[in-house]
Design a protein around this ligand. Structure first.
Ligand code: HEM
Length: 114
C-alpha cells in the first residue's frame, strides 16, 4: 500500500509541475491565445490524486489534517471554476497570474501547514 501512496504523491507532484508549467506556456502563447486545456487537465489530476490519497489514508496509515485538505480542495475548486468559465474566452490579463498564485498558495499550504 505504501507504493500506491508514493505513486499517488508522485502523480500529485507532476500535476503541480504541470500547473506551474501552464503559466509559462500561457505567457509564451501571447495575450490573445485562449486558455490552454492543460490547466483543466492539471487541476483534474490534482483533484483525483488528492482525493485518492485522502480516501486511502486509513489503508496507508496516514493521518492528514482535514482542515488543511479542505482548504486545499477549496482553492482547487476556485482554480478549476476560473479555468472552466474562461476556457472559451480570451483570458483577461489578470487570469493566469491569479491561477499561478493560487497553485503556489496550495503548495505553500501543503508544505508549511503541518
Ligand atoms: C493546485 C492544487 C494542489 C497543489 C499544487 C498541491 C500540492 C501538494 C504538494 C506540493 C504536496 C507535497 C507536500 C509534502 O510532501 O510535504 C501535496 C501533498 C498532498 N496533497 Fe496536495 N495539492 C493540491 C491539491 C490537493 C487536493 C485538492 C487534495 C485533496 C482533495 C490534496 C491532497 C493532498 C494530500 C493528502 C497530500 C499528502 C500526500 C502524502 O504525503 O501522503 N492536494 N500537495
Amino acid at each position: 500500500m505504501e507504493f500506491v501512496r508514493l505513486l499517488l504523491v508522485f502523480l500529485h507532484l507532476l500535476g503541480m509541475g504541470m500547473l506551474i508549467a501552464m503559466f509559462f506556456v500561457q505567457r509564451r502563447s501571447g495575450t490573445d491565445a485562449p486558455l490552454n486545456k492543460g490547466w483543466l487537465h492539471g487541476s483534474a489530476l490534482q483533484l483525483l490524486t488528492g482525493v485518492a490519497l485522502m480516501g486511502l489514508a486509513p489503508l496507508t496509515d496516514q493521518d492528514y489534517n482535514d482542515i488543511k485538505i479542505g482548504v486545499k480542495l477549496l482553492v482547487l475548486v476556485v482554480i478549476a471554476a476560473l479555468v472552466a468559465v474562461n476556457l472559451k474566452k480570451r483570458p483577461a490579463a489578470w487570469l493566469t497570474p491569479v491561477l499561478a498564485g493560487l497553485v503556489v498558495l496550495n503548495v505553500g499550504l501543503a508544505v508549511f501547514w503541518t
